[in-house]
Design a binder for this molecule. Sequence first.
Ligand code: SAM
Length: 217
Amino acid sequence: MLNDTYKHRGLRKKLVETIRAKGIKDKAVLQAINAIPRHLFLDSSFLEFAYQDQAFPIGSGQTISQPYTVAFQTEILEIKPGDTVLEVGTGSGYQACVFGEMGAKVFTIERQKKLFDKTKKFLTQFNYRIKVFYGDGYKGLPAFSPFDKIIVTAGAPFIPEELLKQLKIGGRLVIPVDIDSGLQEMTCIRRISENDYEKRLHGQFRFVPMLGKKAND
Ligand code: SAM
């Protein structure tokens, strides 16, 4: 792997221990965090922070999510090898690689053109099954649906109906839904039949907002 040193691997092991101590139990999630060189996803000026459990700026006013949050959303989804996953909010591509490392086939959408261009190119150096799309995450990707799992990695004002429709029966959607002053409630929706969905809440998080249709690219 490009520029992944002994030191980076040591820092990653410590990060995995931090996340485990915060309550993440899924071994496949921890293994994926351990395997992916997060320092490659950050601008070089932030290299020294790559293995702290924190979110960081990635340009275009966006962030790479905190590793614990990535692990938390991934654990809730119960990813299995071979799952098809739709991600809304490609950002740096780190979360998509976590799914890829776990054996999932990933379709990821980014709304900001600059980030889309940068990340699409960046991800070609990994051997994961990830397809990156430029578009509006509120609409999902009907042509590739239904999905086993759907994740939204930005704070959503509501649960988009289109995403619910694109979930397989038995599938799961994890989405942080706005509650108050920049805070979101982590919400997991399981589709239990054609017309029935079950909802569970998993505590409060803070995300950058999901952009509307008239986003400024
Ligand atoms: N998953 C990312 C990662 O691993 O780096 C972090 C995502 S960042 C917290 C949220 C991302 O969602 C940003 O890149 C933002 O541009 C994108 N976004 C916001 N609104 C969107 C929309 N309507 N459709 C698609 N992407 C959107």
